[in-house]
Ligand binder design. Structure first.
Ligand SMILES: [Zn+2]
Length: 239
């Protein structure tokens, strides 16, 4: 399985996937361990401040389960490297990206490569999860055709994230990813799950494949990678 991000979502997801014995885990992240987000990035520790997150995660995960091989990609996923990284062959992608450019890149690449993706995101007290299976249900662009304007992008918002929220959402992503791998149960394909941590409610929205989707629709208008610009005026909230 390929994890995009070793942050708040990637931490719990990678711990449970490694503990479950998923043989090879790829992790893509360009950041270093920072003490300002250890309240949610629990695959890291104060001992590894300043180390690349992918190396830190690799140490934790391989110590947890020595049978797991962790392939570290110390880079940010871009239109330049996405083909190489996906080309290493993965059964499922666990998308814990903290920004829209990466999320849309993952979606478009997964549609063109026919790879299944478990998307997860958090914003303040709300988390979302959905599963995309190209050719057999909606893709992320069927839900949201294009990213919000940069100034409205949640990843640019100020303020704190309740540390346990990505723990819950990342664990749900691991659960969905394992189900996809094992071919059991009903996944969140065609459903967008919304978790509100303040109200403690779970809602879901049914989503259908959009025939006019710019990527997976009948007449796609997007046929090559789009490099969306990310612009943050304030401190960025990472996953
Ligand atoms: Zn689509």
């Amino acid at each position: 399985m390929l994890l995009i991000g070793a942050g708040g979502l990637g931490s719990p997801a990678s711990l449970y996937l490694a503990a479950a014995g998923v043989g090879t885990l790829g992790i893509v992240d360009a950041d270093v361990v920072d003490d300002s987000n250890l309240q949610r990035q629990i695959v890291h520790s104060t001992k590894r401040l300043g180390e690349p997150k992918v190396q830190s995660a690799k140490e934790t995960l391989e110590a947890l389960n020595p049978d797991v091989e962790v392939k570290a990609y110390e880079e940010r996923l871009t239109s330049e490297n996405v083909e190489r990284i996906l080309g290493d062959g993965w059964d499922v992608i666990v998308d814990g990206a903290d920004n829209f450019p990466t999320r849309y890149l993952v979606n478009d690449a997964s549609v063109w490569h026919g790879m299944r993706v478990v998307h997860g995101s958090i914003y303040r007290f709300e988390g979302r999860v959905t599963v995309c299976k190209p050719g057999d249900g909606p893709c992320y662009r069927c839900l949201f055709a294009t990213p919000p304007p940069p100034e409205l992008a949640p990843s640019c918002a100020e303020g704190g994230v309740l540390g346990v929220l990505p723990g819950i959402i990342g664990s749900l992503q691991a659960s969905e990813a394992l189900k996809l791998l094992l071919g059991i149960g009903d996944t969140l394909q065609g459903r967008l799950l919304l978790f509100d941590a303040l109200a403690t409610t779970v809602d879901e929205v049914l989503v259908k494949r959009d025939p006019s989707c710019p990527v997976c629709g009948e007449s796609p208008t997007i046929t090559e990678y789009v490099d969306y610009v990310e612009f943050c005026a304030g401190p960025r909230v990472t996953s």
